[in-house]
Design a protein around this ligand. Structure first.
Ligand SMILES: Cc1cc2nc3c(=O)[nH]c(=O)nc-3n(C[C@H](O)[C@H](O)[C@H](O)COP(=O)(O)O)c2cc1C
Length: 360
């Protein structure tokens, strides 16, 4: 009888200095392969053999080849996105069932394993700007429903200035220590000392996100690139000079950003994530975290009467360079622009283009 084995489509390969490494994106198993093993793996991409040898048995045991062909993928996206998706999955084999006793014990052990302190990557600051006290009265008065209803994308900012107080309020509500800087409940039980509580949920409470800003029209604040220091509620100037043309370029020529008073770029500090969970799943969490914070910032800005626009597209490397961050361990995930303007989601220039094309 002829044998046939099949490639496992969730396995990816890369070359390291020591040779070929195979990683199963789903099971997370990792193997260093010799040339002989790799050659045998390639052989099983369509061939038949009279008998299985020791290498085949190893490949089968490691899940690098399968006895039955894998079902055709109906993922729909490209191979990279599929591998990304598989990497972030938790297969059943990684999720043993625990009793409540075991689950509680695991909670304590994981919380106590964490270090007492977790540093934040800090950019180099030219000078500091104190922010006025946040004015929380408007946020407190506005109902959640009205801010949900009034939050709409605008693509029509009018280039008028917003007050430093409005900016201060939005930053404090979305990135500030609204509960204070200590988490007493955890400290009392000697649990997770690095956890911080802010207005948005955060994986393990590590609060891996920060705010970097592009300021163009904020009363009393010089246009430039800034970092928000949530601990002292102040802005650190990172680079002078920021205008509509620079912002439009950063935002991949989405010209409708022109006229926005300020852009809040939500960055992720991977040092705060990797110290305990250096896995693809945790990488996925940072996007969720940035998403929570962006919605909070959008709602807070709406509550103080500002118009908003969110963009995930940006020139990643350019903006990282402007902020003086490496773009690898610390990088922007998304951006929220705030300012004054109309509720128009379709930019006037786009509407003109529609008319022009219609009249041809
Ligand atoms: C993750 C994400 C990325 C987005 N990226 C862009 C973008 O690059 N450019 C843009 O003009 N709008 C962007 N938007 C805004 C959406 O187009 C907008 O939210 C959507 O049309 C719904 O309109 P609304 O915000 O008024 O409810 C993005 C929204 C999200 C959630």
């Amino acid at each position: 009888m002829k044998h046939k084995l099949y490639p496992n489509p969730s396995v990816l390969f890369h070359l390291s200095a020591d040779g070929i490494v195979a990683i199963d994106a789903l099971s997370k198993d990792e193997f260093d392969l010799t040339e002989t093993y790799f050659a045998r793996l390639k052989f099983w991409n369509g061939q038949r053999s009279d008998k299985l040898n020791d290498i085949d048995r190893d490949l089968l045991e490691g899940g690098l080849v399968l006895e039955q062909p894998a079902a055709d993928s109906d993922w729909g996206g490209d191979k990279l996105s599929e591998l990304c998706h598989l990497s972030m999955r938790n297969p059943a084999s990684m999720m043993p069932s625990l009793s409540e006793e075991e689950s509680a014990r695991q909670f304590v052990e994981l919380s106590r394993e964490k270090p007492k302190e977790l540093a934040r990557l800090q950019p180099e600051v030219i000078s500091w700007v104190d922010l006025p006290e946040p004015d929380l009265a408007q946020i407190k008065q506005d109902s959640l429903y009205s801010s949900l209803k009034n939050r709409k994308t605008t693509r029509d900012f009018d280039a008028s200035s917003i007050t430093a107080e409005s900016l201060s309020t939005v930053l404090f509500a979305s990135f500030g220590y609204i509960h204070g800087q200590k988490w007493d409940e955890l400290a009392e039980d000697d649990l997770n000392h690095v956890a911080e509580r802010k207005s948005s949920p955060s994986g393990s409470g590590v609060q891996s996100c920060d705010a970097f800003l592009t300021i163009v029209h904020v009363d009393g604040i010089e246009p430039g690139y800034y970092f928000y220091d949530a601990k002292d509620h102040k802005l650190g100037l990172l680079a002078h000079g920021c205008d509509d043309a620079a912002i439009s370029h950063i935002m991949v020529d989405q010209f409708w950003v022109k006229g926005a008073a300020c852009g809040i770029f939500i960055t992720v500090d991977m040092n705060r994530v990797w110290y305990k969970t250096p896995f693809a799943r945790a990488y996925g969490y940072v996007f969720l975290e940035a998403g929570h914070i962006s919605q909070t910032a959008l709602l807070a800005a709406t509550s103080v009467g500002l118009k908003t626009w969110l963009s995930g597209s940006m020139r990643d490397e350019f903006i990282a360079h402007k902020f003086g961050v490496d773009g690898t361990r610390l990088f922007p995930v998304t951006s929220v622009f705030i300012g004054n303007g109309s509720d128009n989601a379709v930019p006037a220039r786009v509407r003109d283009m529609v008319l022009k094309l219609r009249n041809r």
